[in-house]
Design a protein around this ligand. Sequence first.
Ligand SMILES: Nc1ncnc2c1ncn2[C@@H]1O[C@H](COP(=O)(O)OP(=O)(O)OP(=O)(O)O)[C@@H](O)[C@H]1O
Ligand SMILES: [Mg+2]
Length: 418
Amino acid sequence: MARNEDYGIVAVDIGTSKVAALMFVADDAGRPAVEGYGVVSSEGVKKGIITDVEAAIGAISAAVAKAEDTSGLVARQAVVGIGGRHISSMRSYGMIPLEKGPRRITQDDVDRVVSYAGILRLPEDSALMGIIPRDIIVDGQKGMNRPVGMNAVRIETDAVVITANTQQLEACDTIMKSLRTELAGKYANSICAAEAVLSPEEKEWGAAVVDMGAGTTDISIYSDRSLIRLASVPMGSANITNDIAKVLQVPVNQAEQLKVRFGTARPALVDKDEVIDASTMATGHDASLGCAVSRSELCRVIEARIFEILDRVAAEIDAEGLLGRLPSGIVLTGGGSLMPYLPEFIQENLKVPARVARPSADLGLPKQLDFPQMSAAAGLMRTCLMDRSTAGEATAQKKERHRGRGVKDLLKGLIDLN
Ligand SMILES: Nc1ncnc2c1ncn2[C@@H]1O[C@H](COP(=O)(O)OP(=O)(O)OP(=O)(O)O)[C@@H](O)[C@H]1O
Ligand SMILES: [Mg+2]
């Protein structure tokens, strides 16, 4: 493990199939610069939920160690992205009078009104994970993006509050403590994925980011430049693999290869007589199983599960009355989005535009990480650098060569919204 004078921040996406750690420093403009990375198979995580802390520690520490080695930096601070069904959102509202007003609004006032939106009776076993202000209202006037310095008697906020299971949040703390890395922030993977793939225009017009991973499909819905709702469907691309294994009676690792190499979401486009010779695919212990597979049947199994997942995704978007009303449609990301013809499937069945997205180029990921699987990890870097509450905790160290600045420094003077 690298041990020297230079420190970085490590962004860790704890996924169901992989743990991705990106070591980065922030440049003077507040952009993350990736210095190294580690991606390893996940352990102790099921459907995005940490089920075995010890096993998770093993995988996460291996990913972080690789990120340290490849960067030559020490992970003094970490930010963690988690997903799964236990993460949810609710709309909230906060208001404060400005004592002895009218007077000028300070950043402190804005922070205070936003924090008031988090004063809620939460469901049992849930804890506050974040508050995202959608709007700041100054003396009844909506849409005040930069309220600091305005003269007013009261400010209000319309916000989205993110909550997560208390045990899961504690598990993250335990894991990072064992790694001797200061945990500077915990974020919902769905928000991070959206930060990596959505353009400002898509956020403004309205879009749903659908991060189809191995165990979960995380959804974040945006409109009017800001988050409206988070949701998660406890199914992902690994469910497709398991279906293939069961229906075609092949081992799971062979099913995975069949899915990735020959799968499509559109069986109608496949020659119904096409037969795949699966005998050459590595099958681990069960080498004698599964030789000739009908490609058409394979794709029908895939289509059925995709239909089920997308039906649930559509229901979550519809819960906000926004199905068919998001001009930028569905932006797919995560490993499951690599299934050929998935956007076409969505366009045909849900009647909404769809595209597959990788992390945006300005996040500067190295070429070997430029895949939809890395969206949540890449967006995690940006999310933490934009977060005012992280600024309160984090004191990221400098790497002189890069003149990198800590999270706190970077947020000085930034606006409170977005
Ligand atoms: N070319 C491909 N076609 C279809 N599926 C693919 C392809 N490549 C990878 N996948 C699937 O993507 C999944 C992994 O995606 P990803 O890395 O985004 O998941 P994760 O972040 O580990 O899981 P989660 O977000 O659910 O916790 C695996 O199930 C894998 O089979
Ligand atoms: Mg994921």
